[in-house]
Design a protein around this ligand. Structure first.
Ligand code: CTP
Ligand code: MG
Length: 458
């Protein structure tokens, strides 16, 4: 394969080392041995370790435990978790129970973060009973088709990481490892993916096996070769899709190491943050509350929903929102709003019914006969009044119980009802959220970040 010079150099940094490979496989063999000798399930390495597509230094090992598919779901959970716990205890001591679509165990063994995932040993991917059952088929498919393109997958993963678009978790909404593998297989290599992606527009459909079984609405559709009902890129957002297109385009124009090891964007210090806010002349507000105790992929969509609902409320009350974003920390979450308007005069114009609207018009006139600044008066056929505004300051609105009355997600609602803190202006700079608020006001696309740093360095 002909590669850019920088790609060779990148590979010399990210290709797993022989001792690393040996170590990870020796741990995997021990765990799989333990699964197999239990007689209850069959052990299998999954994920990038099974496909030789993990980036050097990654410490994740995915081990799947395949159980008899005739078992009930409850039995699978009970026996699967029992076996996972006992193996984890025996080999390491630490057991952390996790939950995705199913419960699984995470444990640390010799410096590796090991997931022990119970699933069904279905003999055909069409018989999948849950999402995790697909994974062994992914492994088989990739192993069979990856040929000598493992290094290309490494480059693509590292490229996506550098652009901040690697990972299919809800918060990132980016490219999963398996998606990178399929793209490399389909296009035939890293540079082929880059070339194709630099002219992608939403609506790209890749159907490796020619299933053509279902229409998807997502910006990128990669039909899962092992399960035509699923789009592997389903969690890729339009924004991350566009960032990838931009990044690929930029790389094609001027390939460099920066696209794999980007210059770090330092966090502003508090004084710079304060000064930047002053220059913008906007009003920043943050709502901070305890992170709900449930899995991140459930919390994150609720945060986004809450963010949109509260931003909508602010707009409705006349406090124009310029931009908003959310952040989920271990202990606390933040909803952040940047407003163009922070305080409004006492007067508010309020629209009434058309005057030929019978009893509604009468009721309106009677109700507002007194106590208005002006009106009821008629304009373009309907009643209007100038009345006292309920909230004249955004802070007062956000500090009231109004945010609890809009449609927040269930867990976010429960947490906010238990209490939230309202911060404003430079006060939004609070422990644990420094890099988030700093990134918020220095928002820029992955390519712009690289170009700007390059100019700074000269
Ligand atoms: N998987 C999936 N869809 C996702 C995430 C994971 O189908 N959105 C499956 C894939 O088969 C994947 C496996 O679960 O290979 C393990 O997931 P993960 O560890 O997140 O990805 P890896 O492929 O192992 O990539 P990485 O190198 O980042 O660990
Ligand atoms: Mg993995």
């Amino acid at each position: 394969v002909k590669r850019q010079e920088c790609e060779e150099k990148v590979l010399s940094h990210i290709t797993p080392l022989r001792e690393e490979r040996e170590h990870i496989h020796s741990v995997a063999d021990r765990i799989i041995g333990a699964v197999n000798t239990s007689g209850k399930a069959k052990g299998m390495i999954a994920g990038s370790v099974a496909r030789d597509t993990w980036v050097r230094g990654d410490r994740d090992l995915d081990i799947f435990m395949l159980f008899d598919p005739s078992m009930s779901r409850e039995a699978l959970e009970e026996h699967g978790m029992g076996l996972a716990r006992s193996i984890a205890r025996r080999l390491s001591g630490a057991v952390v129970e996790k939950y995705a679509e199913h419960p699984y165990v995470n444990t640390e063994i010799e410096g590796l973060s090991v997931d022990l995932v119970p699933c069904y040993a279905v003999d055909n991917a069409a018989r999948i009973q849950s999402a995790v059952d697909r994974t062994p088929f992914h492994t088989l498919f990739v192993r069979e088709h990856i040929g000598d393109l493992a290094s290309d997958v490494l480059l693509l993963k590292q490229f996506a990481k550098a652009g901040g678009i690697y990972g299919s978790d809800q918060m990132t909404g980016g490219f999963a490892g398996y998606l990178c593998e399929l793209l490399v297989i389909w296009y035939g290599g890293f540079s082929q993916v880059i070339e194709a992606a630099s002219s992608w527009r939403p609506g790209v459909v890749i159907d490796i096996r020619g299933h053509q079984s279902k229409e998807f609405e997502d910006p990128l559709v990669v039909v899962d070769p092992v399960d035509p009902r699923r789009n592997v890129a389903a969690s890729l957002t339009l924004t991350r899709f566009a960032e990838f297109v931009e990044f690929a385009h930029g790389y094609r124009e001027a390939p460099s190491m920066d696209f794999f090891f980007p210059p770090v964007q330092g966090v502003l210090d508090f004084e710079c943050f304060k000064a930047a806010l002053g220059e913008r002349g906007t009003y920043l507000y943050a709502i901070v509350f305890s992170t709900p105790h449930t899995i991140p992929d459930i919390v994150v969509p609720q945060l986004r929903k809450s963010l949109a609902a509260i931003a909508g409320m602010l707009d409705r009350y006349g406090f124009t929102v310029s931009r908003s974003d959310c952040c989920m920390g271990e202990a606390r979450c933040m909803l952040l709003f940047e407003l163009l308007v922070d305080s409004l005069p006492a007067l508010k114009r309020h629209m009434g019914p058309y005057i030929w609207n019978g009893s509604n018009a009468d009721d309106f006139r009677d109700k507002y006969r007194n106590g208005t600044f002006s009106g009821p008066y008629i304009e373009d056929g309907r009643y209007w009044i100038d009345i006292q505004r309920k909230h004249t300051s955004a802070g007062e609105l956000l500090g009231s119980d109004s945010p609890l009355k809009v449609s927040l997600g269930k867990h976010v609602m429960a947490s906010m009802q238990r209490g939230f803190t309202l911060l404003s202006g430079p006060g939004c700079w609070t422990e644990g959220f420094e890099s988030f608020v700093s990134g918020f006001i220095r928002k820029q696309s992955p390519l712009v970040r690289i170009k700007q740093k390059r100019e700074e360095i000269g």
